[in-house]
Every structure is written in structure tokens, then in C-alpha cells.
Design a protein around this ligand. Structure first.
Ligand SMILES: NC(=O)c1ccc[n+]([C@@H]2O[C@H](COP(=O)([O-])OP(=O)(O)OC[C@H]3O[C@@H](n4cnc5c(N)ncnc54)[C@H](OP(=O)(O)O)[C@@H]3O)[C@@H](O)[C@H]2O)c1
Length: 273
């Protein structure tokens, strides 16, 4: 039997922005010198995003279909987190049942959540931020949240019911218990959209679905067309990530800080720093 390809050596790093330096044979989509970005998927065969990510380096190889053009209005450092964190939350809300004026809640204010709050506000939703403790209240209100729910003080589902019930709840906090409990905060014909990557089983009864009736579904990060739409919307409405920039040499420190949830919010590696 053929040996599986070795996982190491491996260059990690997704959400990459760079300049096209060289074109492969037959490649016609891009010109040398264009600024482009790449998200989690590296192209339609899903190869580069997972096993050839390649962002922790000065050069990387990418499939032409996996790239998105980056407009001048956004810096490379600000554009990078839009490639996955931005696109995932933007598309989740854009493809949801929510329409302007509807109540939309974001559970978990981290790298994805702080962008989701901005997208929700800019899309014209009554925006609710749900976070543990009061630390992030001032910040999310500045980012556009109309309401703040401290999940350590009150049950978010009950608090959402008091507000009339959410049309959409976007779950970014990776905790199955937290995700399951949110369904009770939906209003009529509501939708619980899971982007959080939790492997634990959800605790949901058939009645939880029947009551609204409600929909529970997941959504996965998109490809270049969706990324392009997310970048365009971010430019049009001035949505930007909050970032902490580290030089490439400090990648390990950036990674540790990110894993201990101490960055506010996305850790960005810069080759030119
Ligand atoms: N679906 C996709 O395509 C996709 C794409 C990118 C990322 N993801 C996944 O989305 C999730 C969020 O990513 P992120 O980068 O935003 O992570 P993050 O920056 O760590 O933010 C997650 C937030 O969730 C809350 N949280 C974390 N652990 C929790 C717990 N045990 N119980 C309750 N709340 C908790 C915290 O918010 P508060 O402090 O405000 O409570 C935290 O800031 C991850 O699981 C990631 O893998 C999915």
C-alpha cells in the first residue's frame, strides 16, 4: 500500500495576503504585481487550505481559482482576517433568514464575533452581542451592538425572549452546551446558525425545533467568490478587524497568545514588520 504523504515539514498559516510574483504555466487569471488574498480553501480541490496552507513564509504557491483580488481601500493587515473570519460571519448573516430590522444575536465575542457584530449592525439588524462577563460590553457597543447580554449574569435565551426573540442567532462560541441553550432565544421561524467548531454533541429535543418552528444549521467558510463579496461589503461599510500585528519571527508568540484567547482579536503576522 502507498504511504500517506508526510504531514511534516509543514508551513502553517491561512488568511494570506500577498503580491503575485510569478505565474504557473497556462495561468491567465492574474497579472504579476496584483495584490491578492487566500482563505481557508485554497481552490476547488480544497488542498492548499488544509495541507499546504503556507502563510508563515515569504512566498507560497496557490491555485489561481483560490485567490481573491484585494482592493486599494483596505490594507493587507486588515484584509487578512477578512479571508476567513470575516467571510465566514459575513456569509452566514447574508445567507440567513434575517432581513433589515430583525433581531440578530452574536454569541461569543472573539475573532469571528467582533466582525459579526459589525456586519450585523451594518446590514441593518438590531444587533445583540452575547459574551461572558462585562469586559467586552463597551467595545461591542462601539462596534455597533444595540444590546449586550452578559451570559454570566442572565440566561441569554431568556434575555433574547424578552427582546422579542431573535430571527437569527450566530453561534461563534465553541461550547455545545452554550450553543444548544441558545435555541430557546429564537422567535418565530428563527434560525440558529453554527459557525463554532465544537466536536461535542448538541443537546436538542424535537420540541426545540417544533416550537418556532426553528432551523439549526451550520455553515462553513467560503471560497474566492464569497470572500470577494465579504471584502467588498467591508470596504463599502467600513468594517475592519481589530488586529494585533507580530513580525513573522514572533509567530510562535502570536500563536500562543491567540490560543490563550489573549489577542484582541486577530493575530496577524507581517513579513515587513
Ligand atoms: N465555520 C467555519 O467555517 C469557521 C471559520 C472560522 C472559525 N471557525 C470556528 O469558529 C469558532 C470561533 O473562532 P474565533 O476565531 O472567533 O475564536 P475566539 O477568538 O477564541 O472566539 C471565540 C469566543 O467564544 C467564546 N468562548 C470561547 N470558549 C467558550 C466556552 N468554553 N464557553 C462559552 N463561550 C466560549 C469567547 O467569547 P466571550 O469571551 O465573548 O464569551 C471567545 O472569545 C472556533 O471554534 C473556530 O474554529 C469556524
Amino acid at each position: 500500500m502507498e504511504e500517506p504523504p508526510p504531514e511534516y515539514p509543514r508551513i502553517p498559516g491561512h488568511e494570506v495576503i500577498g503580491i503575485v510574483e510569478e505565474l504557473g504555466t497556462g495561468s491567465t487569471k492574474w497579472k504579476i504585481g496584483q495584490r491578492v488574498g487566500i482563505g481557508w480553501h485554497g481552490g476547488h480541490n480544497h488542498v492548499t487550505g488544509l495541507t499546504m496552507d503556507g502563510g508563515y513564509a515569504e512566498y507560497m504557491v496557490a491555485f489561481e481559482d483560490g485567490l481573491t483580488s484585494i482592493p486599494n481601500e483596505v490594507s493587507s493587515k486588515d484584509a487578512a482576517p477578512l479571508m476567513c473570519a470575516g467571510e465566514t460571519t459575513f456569509s452566514a448573516l447574508r445567507n440567513s433568514k434575517a432581513r433589515p430590522g430583525d433581531l440578530v444575536a452574536i454569541s461569543g465575542i472573539g475573532e469571528l464575533g467582533h466582525l459579526a457584530v459589525q456586519y450585523a449592525k451594518k446590514a441593518g439588524f438590531q444587533t445583540v452581542a452575547i459574551s461572558r462577563g462585562g469586559d467586552k460590553e463597551k467595545l461591542v457597543r462601539e462596534l455597533g451592538a444595540h444590546y449586550y447580554i452578559d451570559s454570566e449574569k442572565e440566561d441569554p435565551a431568556q434575555a433574547l425572549k424578552v427582546l422579542g426573540g431573535a430571527k437569527v442567532i450566530l453561534a461563534t462560541a465553541p461550547n455545545a452546551k452554550v450553543i444548544s441553550s441558545l435555541i430557546n432565544g429564537l422567535g418565530t421561524d428563527g434560525e440558529l446558525i453554527i459557525v463554532a467548531g465544537s466536536g461535542e454533541p448538541l443537546e436538542l429535543s424535537a420540541m426545540d425545533f417544533l416550537k418556532g418552528p426553528n432551523t439549526v444549521r451550520g455553515t462553513f467558510t467560503g471560497q474566492s467568490k464569497e470572500i470577494e463579496a465579504a471584502v467588498r461589503f467591508s470596504v463599502l461599510t467600513d468594517v475592519r478587524p481589530m488586529i494585533e500585528v507580530f513580525p513573522l519571527e514572533r509567530a510562535s508568540e502570536a500563536y500562543d497568545k491567540m490560543m490563550s484567547a489573549k489577542t484582541r482579536f486577530r493575530a496577524v503576522l507581517s513579513i515587513s514588520e
